[in-house]
Design a binder for this molecule. Structure first.
Ligand code: 2M8
Length: 417
């Protein structure tokens, strides 16, 4: 059985020159938050590998501080949109022109602590600080929420929460060739052409604005304060603050804690839904909340956001709607739920990890244990797959998927209590 094999073997097989591809078949380049999760999973047992992973990602940082969603270090076939579509003009390596949630800050702090390597710590602080400053300068609202301008930036690309904001986009005829449908086993679970037309439109819209964030703040057809990205941003600011403390930079450490605090308070004020008992995202073009019951809201625990009252409401929602399937945690429940379709219901190990970690921090170890147990069971029965059906565990998407293997390795190397 796959899981009886060493998870590190999967990582080694997916390893290129200094980084790991998410999957050698579907995603053959370096992805931002995938590398963050891979490094998080390896930080304890293989910190040197985690360090290489992060250093390579840091190398792709733009002059303005953004760390892109994809770095095209290698030549590969079979992925659209590749570098010729993005044409971002980054000098060090061709990249995409958008980002992903900043998981890498947490991964960098764990790696630095594990390695006790001053040089790496110094470098990581520089890179992470520049990146988070980019979020603050180019991607924040006045009230302190961060926003995304493409569904791919959220990592939960096909979440039902993006249907409403995408309905406002009129993409017209877009010419392109989808390559993700070449694999028959997963083709019918991937986003529809309706979504892809809009994804491509948004890439081309931003390219025509020369990737100028100020201009895109005014004219992007998609502007969303994604709850997941906001929670990960809050945690990232706290992680940077810890790294600054490790360097004795107390004043800056304090400043980053204040940034985290401001965003946390705004999440509390602006993103809570009483109807759903969950935190939700908000469409900044209409100022309306996107009322979908997504597992993203539980990542608020990871950022230590919920007040006691909200914590109780969240746990009730988790128990009633997300723990009622055989395997926790479905990525979404609600009208558009589909147990096998990409980000519309399946269990994803990276989300499980964030929720698990948050629940441990909140002292909710019984809930956390259930998530760890289900995740391990899915992997041990079905291998290191990209996502799983929450009802019967059917594995889906890519095989030998890197963050699934790395986070499994992480669970083997850290105990939950
Ligand atoms: C998926 O997203 C990419 C675009 O970024 C795609 O579908 O082509 C998502 O699951 C995303 O979260 C992930 O980072 C990426 C690579 O694993 O694949």
């Amino acid at each position: 059985m796959e899981a009886m094999k060493d998870p590190l073997k999967v990582i080694q097989d997916n390893r290129e020159d200094g980084f790991t591809v998410p999957s050698s078949t579907l995603y053959p380049y370096q992805w931002n938050w995938d590398s963050g999760f891979i490094a998080l999973g390896l930080a304890h047992s293989r910190p040197e590998m985690a360090k290489d992973e992060l250093n390579k990602l840091f190398e792709a940082q733009w002059d303005n501080g953004m760390i892109p969603q994809i770095a095209f270090w290698n030549e590969a076939e079979g992925y659209f949109p590749g570098p010729e579509e993005w044409e971002t003009g980054n000098e060090i390596v061709p990249t995409s022109g958008i980002t992903q949630p900043p998981v890498l800050a947490h991964a960098a702090r764990e790696t630095a602590e594990s390695l006790k390597d001053e040089e790496f710590l110094e470098h990581a602080v520089d890179k992470v600080e520049k990146y988070l400053k980019w979020w603050v300068q180019y991607r924040s609202t006045e009230s302190g929420l961060v926003y995304v301008r493409h569904p791919w930036e959220t990592g939960m690309d096909d979440s039902p929460a993006w249907i409403t904001p995408m309905e406002n986009i009129q993409p017209g005829e877009q010419e392109y060739e989808r390559k993700d449908l070449q694999r028959e086993d997963s083709a019918d679970e991937r986003p529809e052409d309706w979504d892809y037309d809009r994804y491509v439109y948004l890439v081309r819209e931003a390219k025509s604005a020369n990737w100028n964030e100020k201009e895109l703040r005014e004219k992007s057809s998609f502007l969303v304060a994604d709850v997941l990205t906001n929670c990960i941003f809050v945690r990232a600011c706290k992680e940077l603050s810890k790294m600054m403390q490790m360097k004795g930079r107390e004043r800056e450490a304090d400043k980053w804690l204040k940034t985290a605090q401001k965003t946390s308070e705004t999440i509390e004020d602006e993103l809570w839904s009483t109807e759903l008992n969950n935190y939700v995202s908000k469409n900044l073009l209409t100022e309306k909340k996107l009322l979908e019951n997504s597992a993203a809201g539980f990542v608020s625990f990871y950022a230590d956001i919920p007040s006691d009252k909200r914590k109780e409401a969240l746990l009730e929602n988790l128990e009633e709607n997300f723990f009622s399937k055989n395997y926790a945690v479905p990525s979404y429940v609600g009208d558009s739920y589909d147990s096998g379709r990409y980000w519309r219901g399946p269990v994803w190990i990276n989300l499980n990890w964030l929720i698990w970690e948050g629940l441990i921090g909140a002292g909710e170890s019984d809930y956390a244990r259930r998530i760890e147990k289900d995740s391990k069971e899915l992997i041990e029965k079905h291998g290191y797959r990209e996502y799983f059906d929450p009802e019967d565990g059917t594995p889906h998407g890519s095989e030998r998927f890197s963050w699934t293997a790395a986070l499994y390795e992480g669970w083997l190397s850290i105990r939950s209590n």
